[in-house]
Design a protein around this ligand. Structure first.
Ligand SMILES: Nc1ncnc2c1ncn2[C@@H]1O[C@H](COP(=O)(O)OP(=O)(O)O)[C@@H](O)[C@H]1O
Ligand SMILES: [Mg+2]
Length: 286
């Protein structure tokens, strides 16, 4: 079966600052497929293009080369009148639930917005089902977004993303602003929703340990290019690329004894890579 999303050799560049300056290249030929019901993790530490790829898929970044197909269709070529339908197939959840929801709106208002715009029948019933799906109390509809905790707000954002039954949700660091136990709960919820609805996720994060818990496959980005992709198992246990190897060594482990072993192994890896001339793959936090 053809992939749900096909990104082929995608380039994104922003205009340079100042007259006559050359464009700033952000994505330099990214190819990435996502199948129905699949989670692909996109991981990178230094901040050089993950969100940009998400924005390019959503149609909000200046794509200067390559192609992005959703369900075999090129978004950029679809007439505006038909885009609305396509847009409902693609949703996004952002990192910060404090800014992505209007604090002065009730949950019911937030959730009914996409339903009303898209003329969905019986929005009240759908809202009830959405609240249930994300494990929020059925009576929370009348409360304001600002009355909820960070984890609960992220549940609201997830419910809003689910409202139009999308095929793909771009999750841009959706757990990065949450404490560890809340992170775990949000990831469990996303997994449960995927089991029930067969939605696909592009899960963007700087944290290899988060992406391991949710992804089927992982793509590792460095400096606007994907340097390695593979199964979650392969990438998080036995990666081939020196940058991924460093990323793995830098990702924290819970057990202090293991953390010490990890630190020694990481120093050995760095020394080995330096000796082999592969030390351009610098991990920002290392
Ligand atoms: N609208 C824009 N104009 C110019 N540069 C931008 C714009 N948006 C993002 N960038 C640049 O693109 C690079 C990658 O940003 P981003 O995709 O947000 O990184 P990440 O999500 O991986 O942290 C950054 O250097 C950022 O400054
Ligand atoms: Mg980002």
């Amino acid at each position: 079966m053809a992939p749900l999303l096909e990104c082929t050799d995608v380039h994104v560049a922003y205009p340079g600052k100042g007259w006559g300056s050359s464009p700033i290249k952000i994505l330099k030929g990214v190819s990435l497929d996502i199948h129905r019901g699949e989670t692909v993790g996109l991981v990178e530490e230094s901040g050089s293009g993950k969100t940009t790829l998400g924005r390019a898929i959503l149609g909000f970044a200046p794509v200067t080369g390559g192609q992005i197909l959703m369900g075999g269709q090129d978004y950029a070529q679809v007439p505006l009148a038909k885009r609305k339908h396509m847009a409902s197939e693609l949703q996004v959840i952002f990192q910060d639930p404090y800014t992505s929801l209007n604090p002065a709106m009730t949950i019911e208002e937030i959730l009914s917005e996409p339903l009303v715009v898209n003329k969905v029948d019986n929005p009240k019933k759908v809202i009830g089902e959405l609240l249930e799906r994300v494990n929020l109390p059925p009576n929370s509809g009348g409360r304001l977004a600002r009355e909820f905790s960070g984890g609960q707000r992220q549940r609201i954002a997830i419910a809003r993303a689910l409202a139009l039954r999308p095929k793909l949700i771009i999750c841009d660091e959706p757990t990065s602003a949450l404490d560890l136990s809340t992170q775990r709960k949000v990831i469990d919820l996303l997994l449960e929703i995927q089991e029930q609805t067969h939605v696909a996720y592009l899960f963007i994060t700087h944290d290899l340990s988060v992406v391991r818990a949710i992804s089927h496959r992982i793509a590792v980005m460095f400096d606007g290019e994907i340097v390695e992709q593979g199964t979650a198992e392969k990438i998080t246990t036995d990666p081939d690329h020196p940058y991924t190897q460093r990323l793995l060594m830098a990702s924290p482990v819970a057990n202090p004894a293991e953390q010490r072993l990890r630190r020694t192994a990481r120093q050995e890896l760095l020394a080995r890579q330096r000796a082999e001339g592969e030390d351009r793959w610098v991990v920002a936090s290392a």
